[in-house]
Design a protein around this ligand. Structure first.
Ligand SMILES: [Zn+2]
Length: 449
């Protein structure tokens, strides 16, 4: 009996001494979670920055593409104009060739006529000479005076007149034809001049269009090069972003592992605490047995007073508060907007205590603009890590690094943060909490409210 008492005491002493380094370990372990979270935040914000740059590159690439499209349509417009101009030049060239041929034909015709007139002239001169030779120097008059009778005279007059006037007439006609052809040649030559000047204009237009097209093509090439380098820059940034995502993921794993380790630590502490309580109870029982004969004098070793909480259920989980469930996990409407509600809302009036839903370890207790006064607890249940979140509390009674038991009060129901009326917003995660709520599960799968 005496020996047993001694053993109990020594166990209690060992546990008390042993709990000191444990506390030190948990404190530093907790800050390690904070460090990891901070690292993760840094990586996330760096990634956000990189993603912003990626979007910038994307919009720059889009801009160059739209500029290229613009230039392409300008080039095709210029090409259409060029084709049109080339067709016109070909037409003009054909017209010029035709007109030149016409001029050459006219020139030949004129030459021909000139020759004929010349010949006719020669013929007339010859006739005149013949008449002179016949009649000496009296020429036509001698011919007429040489008549043997009046009838002969008439005949001779007529003959001379006929010959002369016929030749004259032919010559006049030929001269008229020549004039006309020359006039026509002048007209056609003017026409040719016009055609050649309009062809020259078209050719200068074509040259202009060619140089415009070349410039646009050069610009297009520049944009292509610009786009290529933008794509390389974007790919680099994307790689960086991927690496940051990997880091983020890795840190998430480290945080989860760390939290699981802390939850396990809390579980072990709880076992120790129970052992210690049992040892104390044994000690008290022994003391009571010893004091049964003498006076009462029993020290009322009541534990720290805790406000009345929700009844604690058997099993790993218990309801964090008593009250009415006002919103379940899932889709619902808040202020006219559809949103996914990642937790269970419990409302009640008055001073309502909030308790830990399971044995665990407080990883965070702070104020946020959305959650208000909020407590995060990590749990290790049958080898699975869980995280619970208690939001909108009027006040928190626990602090970071503190071990809690199922049903322990951790704060009071409130209306802090983004909240409209007093309630507890309770979230449950299989794994760790994240801003995307990817691990959130319906608390009612685990807890009977
Ligand atoms: Zn809620």
């Amino acid at each position: 009996m005496n020996k047993k008492y001694f053993i109990s005491l020594s166990i209690a002493a060992a546990l008390t001494i042993g709990s000191l380094p444990t506390l030190a370990t948990t404190a530093s372990a907790n800050s390690s979670v904070e460090d990891l979270k901070k690292q993760q935040d840094d990586v996330s914000s760096k990634k956000e920055e990189v993603n912003g740059k990626i979007n910038e590159k994307k919009s720059q690439i889009d801009q160059t593409i739209s500029k290229q499209k613009d230039i392409q349509s300008q080039i095709s417009e210029i090409s259409t104009k060029l084709k049109d101009t080339e067709t016109k030049i070909a037409e003009k060239t054909k017209e010029i060739d035709e007109t030149t041929a016409k001029i050459n034909k006219l020139k030949a015709d004129i030459e021909e006529l000139k020759k004929k007139i010349e010949e006719r002239n020669e013929l007339l001169k010859e006739r005149a000479r013949a008449i002179q030779e016949k009649g000496g120097s009296a020429n036509y008059l001698d011919v007429l005076l040489g008549a043997e009778s009046f009838g002969d005279f008439i005949n001779r007059v007529t003959a001379v007149n006929t010959i002369v006037s016929a030749d004259k007439k032919i010559m006049d006609e030929q001269k008229r034809d020549q004039d006309e052809l020359e006039k026509k040649q002048a007209e056609v030559e003017k026409e040719l001049g016009d055609l050649e000047s309009s062809k020259a204009n078209l050719e200068s237009l074509k040259q202009d269009l060619d140089s415009q097209k070349a410039k646009k093509a050069e610009l297009f090439k520049q944009l292509e090069a610009q786009q290529a380098s933008l794509k390389v820059e974007k790919a680099d940034l994307e790689q960086e972003s991927n690496e940051l995502s990997k880091m983020e993921h890795q840190l998430e794993g480290e945080i989860q592992a760390e939290q699981a380790r802390l939850a396990e630590l809390a579980r072990q502490r709880e076992i120790e605490r129970k052992r210690q309580a049992e040892a104390e109870a044994a000690k008290r029982a022994a003391a009571q047995k010893q004091a049964t004969s003498s006076s009462s004098g029993g020290s009322s070793s009541a534990p720290a007073a805790v406000a009345p909480s929700a009844p604690v259920s058997a099993g790993a989980w218990t309801a964090p508060a008593s009250g009415t469930i006002t919103t379940n996990f899932g889709w619902d409407t808040l202020n006219g907007k559809q949103r996914f509600h990642y937790g269970t809302d419990i409302a009640a009036r008055g001073s309502v205590p909030i308790s830990a839903a399971a044995d665990g370890y407080v990883i965070k207790s702070h104020y946020s603009s959305s959650y208000g006064n909020v407590v995060y607890i990590t749990h290790s249940i049958n080898g699975q890590m869980y995280t619970t979140v208690y939001a909108h509390m009027s006040s928190s009674l626990v602090s970071q690094g503190q071990a809690v038991n199922k049903g322990d009060q951790i704060g009071y129901m409130g209306n802090t943060g983004y909240s409209f009326g007093q309630h507890l917003h309770f979230e449950l995660y299989r794994g760790s909490w994240s801003a995307s709520h990817s691990n959130a599960v319906n608390p009612r799968q685990y807890i009977n409210f």
